[in-house]
Design a protein around this ligand. Structure first.
Ligand SMILES: NC(=O)c1ccc[n+]([C@@H]2O[C@H](COP(=O)([O-])OP(=O)(O)OC[C@H]3O[C@@H](n4cnc5c(N)ncnc54)[C@H](OP(=O)(O)O)[C@@H]3O)[C@@H](O)[C@H]2O)c1
Length: 161
């Protein structure tokens, strides 16, 4: 599995249930990397999408113990084991904090967009630089959009799994 996330300088990822910044180049890259693959997300992240609808062009694997109606283009999983039984190896974990923390142990690669700013975040991704077993394998940028500087940093497991 892969993780894909946009973080600030403190590995913050969201505030009040929303993203910290909207960088259209990053959203295009997210779409290009994830389209055609399954995406794994929590119920709260689904609610941040336009109309609360699943992302098109991708099978949306939603984790929730409370959702009853299953949206078109989605499957709902009530627990981690049933999600792990179903999720293909090339799936992308797309958030939010709870789901990233639960599934990072199963990810071999993380596509991290680093926004070179600090926000007043209330949701975070595990700081990969401080975790054993992860190394940076690629860095692109910095780039800039509307005064916001950011870089694309790829992390992979040191043991190659
Ligand atoms: N920067 C980024 O790249 C990025 C990406 C995505 C999200 N975010 C941000 O992350 C924040 C949301 O994170 P969050 O942690 O609050 O929410 P979340 O991870 O999106 O969703 C949490 C929900 O997922 C369900 N869930 C999680 N683990 C489960 C399990 N093992 N079994 C069954 N259901 C499970 C539960 O739903 P039920 O309550 O229905 O049981 C839980 O309340 C927002 O600020 C959002 O903008 C940022």
């Amino acid at each position: 599995m892969n993780a894909i996330v946009a973080v600030d300088e403190n590995w913050g990822i969201g505030r009040n249930g929303q993203l910290l910044a909207r960088i259209s180049a990053d959203l295009r890259r997210f779409k290009a990397l994830t389209t055609g693959h399954a995406v794994i997300l929590g119920r709260k992240t689904l609610q941040t999408f336009p109309g609360g609808r699943p992302l098109p062009g991708r099978e949306n694997l939603i984790m929730s113990t409370t959702m009853n109606a299953v949206p078109e283009g989605a499957k709902v999983f009530r627990d981690l084991d049933s999600l792990l039984d179903y999720a293909p190896e090339d799936a992308f974990v797309i958030g939010g904090e709870t789901v990233y923390r639960e599934l990072l142990p199963y990810c071999g690669k993380a596509y991290v967009t680093k926004i070179h700013q600090t926000f007043d975040a209330d949701a975070f991704f595990p700081a990969l630089d401080d975790l054993d077993g992860w190394k940076v394998t690629e860095t692109e940028g910095p780039f800039e959009e509307n005064g916001v500087a950011f870089s694309y940093v790829t992390y992979e497991r040191e043991d190659g799994r």
